[in-house]
Design a binder for this molecule. Sequence first.
Ligand code: DGJ
Length: 465
Amino acid sequence: MEQKLGMRNKYRKSTTLRCSAWSRCSLPVALWIMVGCLLLLLLYSLLPQWDSFSLETQLQVSKHLHELEQAEEEIIQMPPPRKRSPRAEKRKPKKETTIIDEFLDESSQLRHIFFPDIKTAVDPNKVNESFYYYPGRIWLDTEGNPIQAHGGGILYDELSRTYYWYGEYKDGPTYIANENGLARVDIIGVGCYSSKDLWAWKNEGIVLAAEETNETHDLHKSNVLERPKVLYNKKTGKYVMWMHIDNANYTKARVGVAISDYPNGPFYYLYSKNPHSFDSRDMTLFKDDDDVAYLIYSAVENSELHIGPLTEDYLDVTDTVKPILIGQHREAPALLKHESTYYMITSGCTGWAPNEALAHASESIMGPWETLGNPCIGGSKIFRETTFFSQGTFVLPLQGLAGYFILMADRWKPANLRDSRYVWLPLRVVGAADQPLELDFGFPRWSRLSIYWHKRWRLPYRWNG
Ligand code: DGJ
């Protein structure tokens, strides 16, 4: 009996011992398991939501996207000052040359850095460089000609599952129009290119052409047609194009509207107007999730931006309009939306010369809009202060990759506008904004909008929207 009891006790003792060991280490173990599960959940939520892809592919994609957020440095050495004759020096003592002077100077030794020559062109027919973007290089279409779609924007056509890139077709001679000294190219029309992968672009031709003879027509070649943007209207089944219409000295300051049954045109020009009776220069369109579309334009001599909804058929503005960023002198607006917050990128007003971009944010598209600061990361100080020597024109959301976008910008070449280049870079909305606003009591209210400099980059492998 004693023995039995002893055995039972022995047994019990050992059981108790195991139990207490377990309870002693169970808490940390359980905690670690929980932390592990949370980490896995977090990792999973960060992965692109591509259900059809294996976990391994999704991890590769995540790694790739993370690499895109590691912006590259780009240091440009100023060339030694050029020799000038003592007479020239006496006539006009030379002020110090800046990198922007070099950028604008056709004979600069640095020219090839900003405008690499045709030998380095991005060519969709050369498969070894497939899908890589090289900001600033000449970009050829599928027929081997430089793409002509400046100041443009992209429409994703859900019906044909195709991207359409519309922009200023500037393949004509650059000349100085008049006393304002501004370089210009006569209107040729709006160029259109189509693509399934955002890299190889097929020329769809000029979808809205200049008027050759009627001098009173808005589209007469002596005028200005800039920044065309196209939206599809689900209700009417029409493709609607809005653009900046002006005369050669930019005093007409209107918006123009054109319409088509097909994304690749032809577009029929309808009319131009001063929206809400204001002057209107650089402009863009933005279609919200509820299909309401908005016109955003620089107004009051570029001193402020205006924003207002279009009519249901997208063919006109309504009476509603809000002035925003008043007194800030911004142009080249480009909008995006992420998790119910609206963001906008704008440039300063310096003609064809590059300047610093600013990002703005708002909880409502009609404002109030607040300025977050310069979104450019990487390159060098001068790259960031000049939007990588370019000016924004459009922000394209990447389908299936929430929070990832492409910034489309133009590196203008005022000496030969047809040879202006495209600067496409990854843009991300993530993390806290640099400059918490006063009202936030030190807590950042907005996410940071970042544009990362890369000499060479590509979308994730197998990304096809
Ligand atoms: C800056 C604008 O953003 C461009 O679209 C163009 O109008 C140039 N100015 C002309 O100088």
